[in-house]
Design a protein around this ligand. Sequence first.
Ligand code: HEM
Ligand code: HEM
Length: 184
Amino acid sequence: MQLRNSASGYGAISRSLHWITVFLVLIAWAVGTFGDVLPKGEARTTGLAVHIAAGLAVLVVLAVRLVWRATDPPPLPEPTTFGRWGDRASRLAHYTLYALLLLVPVVGIAVQFARGAPLPLFGLADIASPWTADRAFARSMKEVHEVLANALVILAALHAAAALVHHWILHDRTLARMLPGSGR
Ligand code: HEM
Ligand code: HEM
C-alpha cells in the first residue's frame, strides 16, 4: 500500500493516524467516564494518569495529522446518490470532529490547571499550573469537558454508522478505503 493518499483512496499514513486516534479517544473516554468506579487512592490516581496520557496523545496525533493533511490532501468523496449535499454533510462532520479533537483535551488541561494541579507529560516531566486552585471554576470546566467529550463520542458514533451505511447499503468503497490494507 502506498504511503500517500491518491485522488481515489487514503494512503497508509492517513489510515494509521485515523485508527490510532480512534483507539486513543476510546481509551480516554472510557477511563474518563468509568474511572470513578476505581477505588480512591493509587488506583484512581493511575486511572487519571492513563486518562491524561491518552488525552494528550490525541492532541499530539492531531497535530501530526493536520500537518500531514496539509501536505497530503484527502481523496475525493466516493460518488453517491446523496450527491453534493451528502459530501457537504460529511465534510462538516469531519471538520467538527477535528474541532472536538482539539477542544476536548484543551479543556481537560484547563480542568487540571484550575485545580492547581500540574500537567504530567507522559511521566517524563510536569508542567506546573499557571493558575491558583479554584474549585468552582474547575467544576464548571469539568462539566464543559464532559459535555464536549460526550459530543465527540456521539458524533464519532454517527460518523461510524454513516460509514457502515456506505458499506452495507450503498455498496461503495468509502469504508473499505479507510480500512487497513484494502479498498484502493
Ligand atoms: C480526547 C481526549 C479526552 C476525552 C475523550 C476525555 C473525556 C473525559 C471524560 C468523559 C471525563 C469524565 C467527566 C465526568 O464524568 O465528570 C473526563 C474527566 C477528566 N479529564 Fe478528560 N478527556 C480527554 C482528555 C483529557 C486531557 C488531555 C486532560 C488533561 C489534563 C484531561 C483531564 C481530565 C480531568 C482532570 C478529569 C476529571 C477526572 C476526575 O475528576 O477524576 N482529559 N475526561
Ligand atoms: C473517535 C472516533 C473517530 C474519529 C474522531 C474519527 C474522525 C475522522 C475524521 C476527522 C475523518 C476525516 C479524515 C480526512 O480528513 O479526510 C474520518 C474519516 C473517516 N472515518 Fe472516522 N473517526 C472515528 C471513528 C470511525 C469509525 C469507528 C469508522 C468506521 C466504522 C470510521 C470510518 C471513517 C471513514 C470510512 C472515513 C473516510 C470518509 C471519507 O472517505 O469521506 N471512523 N474520521
